[in-house]
Design a protein around this ligand. Structure first.
Ligand SMILES: Nc1ncnc2c1ncn2[C@@H]1O[C@H](COP(=O)(O)OP(=O)(O)OP(=O)(O)O)[C@@H](O)[C@H]1O
Ligand SMILES: [Mg+2]
Length: 263
């Protein structure tokens, strides 16, 4: 068996607040295999973004280890593309210039014409044609999410970390984005760790769904999603197996969400 691309070994995280250590993530084990799509679901504040931040190397765990391709993540992990929960488009750059930013940083030797070509392809892919020269402040919330998606993909990283990437989109646009994402990562071409509050989205897209407990989060349940691939993201929702999975996972999740709101 090949080693996992992402591996958390008893990784935990405490945050300091007013001189006290607040546990955000309890010791957690989690593996993501090469070209696997894993979705994390769990109540607000249970440490989902914290997991992605540690895989991206933004900060180390307080205990345990976070590994990427078998090596400790000790610094900013440049092997992953990260679509953070918070919109981080640069307000002073146009849409096209925002999408080009990772290429400017990481692929300095790339000729300008190739960079422009790639950016244009990404803009087309996420349906932002005509908005290349708009600034983030002139885009809708959904358009900003699509620009952030394009910015992550332009660099063509092997692994994608996505934190509620479509949370702000309306239901129809969400389905369109699911189809796009499947096309992009489908056929096992990328490894994806995807955080969402939308259980249906998790089941429709993932190979495995991991349910976290309320804070401090730990893995409560891991469920293989055996729905056939390639999947039709619209039709799969009407399959009996989809309904069964949704019910099973919701039963795991609902108590945690309730506990989360009591806190
Ligand atoms: N940089 C930080 N400093 C202090 N506390 C933090 C920091 N980042 C996260 N936390 C705390 O850690 C806990 C987990 O946060 P995290 O953002 O990982 O949750 P989440 O599962 O992503 O929640 P949501 O679904 O609302 O995005 C929360 O209690 C949060 O307040
Ligand atoms: Mg979060």
């Amino acid at each position: 068996m090949t080693s996992p691309v992402i591996e958390l070994k008893n990784a935990s995280k405490d945050f300091e607040q007013g001189g006290r250590a607040i546990p955000a993530l309890a010791p957690t084990g989690l593996n993501v295999a090469n070209h696997e799509f894993v979705a994390l679901v769990g109540p607000s504040g249970c440490g989902k973004s914290t997991v992605l931040n540690m895989v991206a190397g933004l900060f180390p765990p307080s205990g345990g280890q976070v590994l990427y391709e078998g090596e400790l993540v000790a610094d900013l992990n440049r092997r992953v593309g990260y679509m953070t929960q918070k919109d981080t488009l640069l307000p002073w750059r146009t849409t096209a210039a925002n999408i080009a930013a990772p290429l400017e940083l990481a692929c300095r030797a790339m000729p300008r014409s190739e960079r422009d070509d790639r950016v244009a392809r990404m803009i087309e892919l996420v349906g932002l044609k005509g908005f290349e020269n708009h600034y983030p402040g002139e885009l809708s919330g959904g358009m900003r999410k699509r620009a952030a998606l394009a910015r992550m993909l332009v660099y063509d990283p092997d692994t994608l970390l996505m934190d509620e990437p479509f949370g702000a989109l309306d239901a129809q646009l969400k389905l369109v984005m699911h189809e796009e994402l499947q096309r992009i990562v489908g056929d096992g071409r990328k490894t994806v760790l995807f955080v969402t509050h939308d259980l249906g989205e998790a089941i429709a897209l993932a190979d495995r769904v991991v349910v976290f407990t309320s804070r401090p989060g730990r893995v409560k349940k891991v469920r293989e999603i055996e729905l056939e691939r390639p999947r039709n993201v619209y039709r799969v929702r009407f399959e009996t197996a989809f309904g069964d999975l949704h019910e099973e996972l919701w039963n795991e999740l609902k108590d945690e969400v309730r506990k989360g709101t009591d806190a």
